[in-house]
Design a protein around this ligand. Structure first.
Ligand code: ADP
Ligand code: AMP
Length: 217
């Protein structure tokens, strides 16, 4: 299954992608994760991306398209993938169409997780991530059993620097201006489903699976 997960920052794309990976055994391709991984390794790509991420701006299309093309060309993506955080501009959407055409692949579905802005801000400012395995928590909505320690692997939890309120507001504005127009792009291609993301994680997952398969999980 070739799936594109859309939605504003904090909608729950990463949270749902982790559940979909378990269910369908296909890789989760997140451009944000790729940039953060590169930054952790202090590569030139990571250091360039940091300049944009720190202020809530988008990394230039040319860079982002390049890393996505490389990632989708890896053998684990042959049978399917969950794309999260890409495309974020119309230019990226056109580039994705070209990439997929070259690979002889068509997207099965574009799932947009919709959450009102007033809910996104507390979700993002309360988000914590495991330094070791990348699992996502929330101080209030999904707290770890022990403060700052990952339930899954015992790793240390950290807060993303771009999850500070001021940067969050900038990211939401960037989403509204640059990414929201993609909704119409995919609606016109008959691939598009909208999911109410302002429900429990389990209810959102159920609605996504129903939209993908027509059946309850
Ligand atoms: P995204 O990948 O879209 O930016 P995340 O999956 O990282 O979003 O979720 C953002 C924050 O909101 C995380 O702290 C996560 O634990 C929390 N979260 C995710 N889904 C829900 C939900 N349905 N209800 C409440 N909080 C949620
Ligand atoms: P995310 O993890 O999806 O919230 O992305 C974190 C940050 O990475 C964004 O605020 C951007 O700076 C950068 N980023 C991730 N994906 C893209 C993309 N498709 N285009 C441009 N920048 C991106």
């Amino acid at each position: 299954m070739y799936l594109l997960l859309m939605g504003p920052p904090g909608a729950g794309k990463g949270t749902q992608a982790a559940k979909l990976v378990e269910r369908y055994d296909i890789p989760h391709v997140s451009t944000g994760d790729i940039f953060r991984g590169a930054l952790q390794e202090r590569t030139p790509l990571g250091l360039e991306a940091k300049r944009y991420m720190d202020v809530g701006a988008l990394v230039p299309d040319q860079v982002t398209v390049g890393i996505t093309r490389e990632r989708l060309a890896k053998s684990d993506c042959i049978g399917g993938f969950i794309l999260d955080g890409f495309p974020r501009t119309l230019q990226q959407a056109h580039s994705l169409d070209q990439m997929l055409a070259k690979m002889g692949i068509r997207l099965n579905k574009v799932v947009n997780i919709v959450v009102p802005d007033q809910e996104l801000i507390p979700r993002l400012t309360g988000r914590r991530i495991c330094q070791s395995c990348g699992a996502t928590y929330h101080m209030e909505f999904r707290p770890p059993a022990q403060p700052s320690i990952c339930d899954r692997c015992g790793g240390e939890l950290y807060q993303r620097t771009d999850d500070q309120e001021e940067t969050v507001r900038e990211r939401l504005e960037v989403y509204r201006l640059q990414t929201q127009p993609l909704i119409q792009y995919y609606q016109e291609r008959d691939l598009y489903s909208e999911i109410n993301g302002a429900q429990s994680t389990e209810a959102v997952f159920r609605d996504i699976v129903v939209s993908l398969t027509g059946e309850e999980p």
